[in-house]
Write a protein that binds this ligand. Structure first.
Ligand code: CMP
Length: 147
């Protein structure tokens, strides 16, 4: 049965020109990209998206990074999409990923623990929340809230 997850190519991934190769990796691994949109978030939207991290010491820096440039948000669809996309992107820290998961997206494209190039929903609950954070359901599917 098909499942949906939210993928983000973060500002460092877009400015580092990794967008096309990451999309190729996504399609080569059997995902359909059913929605996509380039967006740039403001501070309030990022704080709301990452609300669960608001008490962490890295939060202010994370917010500045996430508003620093455009990002590509995508809805990916396939069986087991949530776990499969998380497996493809690898561990949170690209420097660790380079050692343990050298073929992962973060190992190849990520810069450091914060500028880690991509995001993936971590559970069915967060996938549902994150997809509806960026896209709204219409009679013909989904449309970006940002276009
Ligand atoms: P992600 O897992 O997509 O969502 C939370 C983000 O916070 C994470 O990617 C990193 O970009 C960032 N992050 C997580 N842990 C740290 C940390 N210890 N220091 C700095 N940034 C972090």
């Amino acid at each position: 049965e098909s499942e949906r997850t939210l993928a983000i190519i973060k500002p460092d991934g877009v400015s580092g020109n990794h967008t096309n190769s990451i999309k190729e990796t996504i399609l080569n691994n059997g995902f359909k990209i059913t929605e996509e949109s380039f967006i740039q978030l403001d501070e309030d939207r990022v704080k709301s998206f990452y609300a669960e991290h608001s008490s962490r010491s890295f939060f202010p820096s994370l917010v500045q990074y996430m508003i620093s440039g455009p990002m590509l948000i995508m809805v990916l669809e396939k069986g087991n999409a949530i776990a499969d996309w998380r497996a493809l992107i690898g561990p949170t820290d690209p420097l660790k990923a380079k050692v343990t998961h050298p073929h992962s997206v973060r190992a190849i494209c990520g810069l450091d623990l914060q500028k880690n190039c991509v995001h993936g929903s971590d559970s069915p609950q967060s996938a549902a929340r994150e997809i509806s954070f960026f896209f709204e359901r219409t009679s013909s599917g989904h449309v970006s809230k940002h276009d």
